[in-house]
Design a protein around this ligand. Structure first.
Ligand SMILES: *[C@@H]1O[C@H](CO)[C@@H](O)[C@H](O)[C@H]1NC(C)=O
Length: 651
């Protein structure tokens, strides 16, 4: 996964600038750097580091399908890429960066600031054996990209977006290409580095493009020298047999007027701003429609209901005949008041529900704050994996909220298995995520893919979780446990009421499908861009859109659940607790279905391992989404029921 690539942003063109401004996206420029940050500066002739990252699948212009979900280590033995003297070293990375797949290592490529080089050998010729040739050929068919990093900038290819009529840098460049239906391996790289002069003999790197090419008759001459072959004679990867490869490169330094602070702007490209607008307007229309519907229906009917109930009460009080006939008058009345003696009856499995809600609340806070932080421009694309790192840190810290909410809900449900509640809350969701990651990792290890999270990283995650998150969660649970419970406005009767059978859309499954569709409707276009950034490696920086969409989704989810639960209560069914959670959570089914459609439409995996990975990640994301929307639905309904039952008089 390349979630860390979830950045992108506005290019300089006027239309997207407008989009940017309107969408509250931070000015991408200096916002990424705090004032006073020392920018890396080089003197003429200083060596600029070139690091290599993992190889990732991509789509090509002639082929919009991504064919793999795996990523490979740059120094995977089959590639035989040149290694630096003394072997490659790992470069320090943030936790988020490692978790989302970055494997950054040193390389033999020497870039000297401002010194042009033509045709240098990266190392002596490499011989690819039978199996290596097969492996490399397959990776070329799957459109794998090399990902290099020069002074913190991803090496890119220049692309042109016809929709917005603008050029932009697309990170990564091709391992090889298909020529005459045969795979050709790129063994020469023209590295174009744009530099900016910041002072006398002070230069900064502000852009990196790599133009790879395939040259069959390159020769290694010894001592770092080489002879570069003709570009028009590609180095084909044979189906059978060995292959001798000479890797060569040239370095071209081009002065540029781009300043260091704005060097990422070219990379942050907005794909289809029109579709983004469409998505936003679409969501806004749904939400306005829903909220006006909910408010008119509910407020009007409720006012009438409450007035009627209270008038009937008045009649009862006036009519002091004491025969109980008047009471029956109320009883015969229909509507949600009838279930007042049951509406706050604890649901079945209160422990499970409270644990899920606690975890949902934690997820809710984490998502909201992450998007807000990204929106404010604190997630610099120059520090890799910052998005993932922020997510992990926030999730850990919000452990307190998770514990608190779980415990508070549990108390309201009159639960008594407190130890279990305390223990399960911090374990449930992280446990699930760990288990999924671990299982998927087994596949990745078996495939020697670099996507596998290193064992030590897993240990670090466990440590963070045990040392910080679990104690925070337990503290939260304890605080809520000590507080008095939320007051139910009406008493619960001893004997549960019979629930009359309900038909139509109030049956569990139609109800859930109906409720789930609308929050999904609020986000589905945005989902397309997120999926593109995860699986197609397209940079995503539309946090302004995402923030608004998140808000709209919350409102849709809350209002449609409340509306449905109102109908449910009117039908004298008081099992709103699980129903609200499950119905709202049903949006996740649509998300999963969407992921499957996306698979059919824009991915065509060549191996079943990729399929398993895709399924695994999709299922995991859907489950998280289920808990998130379910929690929103439950709390909206809870507040609603407390509110309406508080406003009626019950004797
Ligand atoms: C390097 O070569 C390019 C293209 O030939 C040229 O435009 C540029 O000025 C050269 N840079 C230096 C520092 O000589």
């Amino acid at each position: 996964m390349r979630l860390n690539d979830l950045f992108s942003a506005p290019s300089a063109s006027a239309s997207s600038l407008l989009t940017t401004l309107l969408l509250l996206t931070p000015a991408p420029t200096s916002a990424f750097y705090l004032p006073g940050t020392a920018f890396p500066t080089y003197k003429h002739g200083d060596q600029v580091p070139l690091f290599v990252n993992h190889l990732t699948p991509a789509d090509r212009d002639h082929d919009t399908q991504v064919r793999s979900a795996l990523a490979f280590d740059y120094y995977h033995p089959a590639f035989h890429f040149c290694k630096p003297d003394g072997g490659p070293q790992n470069v320090r990375e943030s936790l988020g960066s490692i978790l989302f797949g970055d494997r950054i290592q040193t390389s033999p490529y020497v870039l000297k600031m401002g010194v042009n080089e033509t045709c240098k050998a990266a190392c002596k010729s490499q011989e690819l054996g039978l199996r290596d040739v097969k492996f490399v050929g397959k990776r070329i068919y799957q459109n794998f990209n090399l990902n290099w990093d020069v002074d913190g900038l991803p090496a890119a290819q220049l692309k042109f977006d016809q929709d917005t009529n603008s050029e932009f840098f697309s990170p990564g460049f091709a391992l090889g290409e298909i020529r005459d239906e045969k795979p050709a391996l790129n063994n020469h790289y023209d590295i174009v580095v744009e530099y900016h002069q910041a002072g006398p003999d002070a230069f900064r790197v502000v852009g990196v493009l790599v133009q790879p090419s395939s040259r069959a008759d390159s020769k290694y001459l010894g001592e770092g020298k080489a002879e570069c072959g003709d570009e028009n004679k590609p180095l084909y990867v044979p189906e059978k047999g060995k292959l001798e490869v000479t890797y060569t490169y040239s370095v071209i330094w081009v002065p540029s007027s781009t300043t260091f602070a704005t060097r990422f702007d070219k990379y942050l490209h907005v794909y289809d701003p029109k579709i983004h607008w469409f998505s936003l307007i679409n969501a806004a229309v749904i939400v306005t429609f829903l909220i006006s519907m909910v408010s008119t229906i509910l407020i009007r009917t409720l006012k009438k209901d409450i007035a009627r109930y209270n008038r009937l009460d008045q009649v009862n009080l006036d009519d002091l005949s004491g025969t109980g006939i008047a009471d029956e008058g109320v009883q015969e009345d229909s509507g949600w008041k009838l279930v007042h003696g049951d509406v706050f009856r604890p649901p079945k499995n209160p422990l499970l529900l409270s644990v899920l809600l606690g975890n949902g609340a934690q997820l809710f806070m984490m998502t909201g704050f992450t998007i807000a932080i990204a929106l404010l421009g604190f997630l610099s694309p120059s520090s890799r994996g910052s998005l993932a790192t922020v997510m992990i840190v926030l999730y850990t810290l919000f452990g307190f909220i998770g514990g608190y909410v779980s415990s508070r809900v549990y108390k309201f449900f009159h639960g008594d298995a407190w130890k279990q509640n305390f223990a399960y809350t911090p374990v449930a969701l992280p446990g699930l995520v760990f288990a999924t990651f671990f299982l998927l990792n087994l596949f990745l290890w078996a495939k020697q893919s670099s996507g596998a999270v290193p064992f030590t990283t897993m240990l670090v995650m466990l440590l963070i979780w045990f040392v910080i998150s679990v104690p925070l969660s337990i503290t939260g649970s304890w605080v809520a446990f000590k507080r008095p419970s939320v007051d139910a406005p009406v008493h619960t009767n001893q004997i549960p009421r019979q629930i009359p059978p309900a038909g139509g859309y109030l049956r569990p499954i139609p109800c859930a499908l109906l409720v789930g569709a609308l929050p999904f409707g609020a986000i589905f276009v945005e989902l397309y861009f997120i999926m593109n950034s995860i699986w197609h490696g397209k940079v995503y920086y539309m946090f302004g859109f995402l923030f608004v969409c998140y808000g709209l989704m919350i409102m849709t989810c809350a209002s449609v659940t409340v509306l449905m639960m109102y109908f449910l209560l009117c039908a004298e069914n008081y099992h709103w607790q699980w129903r609200s959670f499950l119905s709202a959570g049903c949006a996740a089914i649509y998300v999963f279905a969407y992921a499957m459609i996306y698979w059919i439409r824009s991915l065509s995996f060549a191996s079943w391992t990729s399929g398993v990975l895709y399924l695994g990640y999709s299922a995991l994301i859907s489950v998280l989404f289920f808990v998130l929307t379910g929690t929103i639905g439950f709390f909206a309904t809870w507040l609603f029921t407390l509110r309406i039952y508080r406003s009626i008089k019950v004797d």
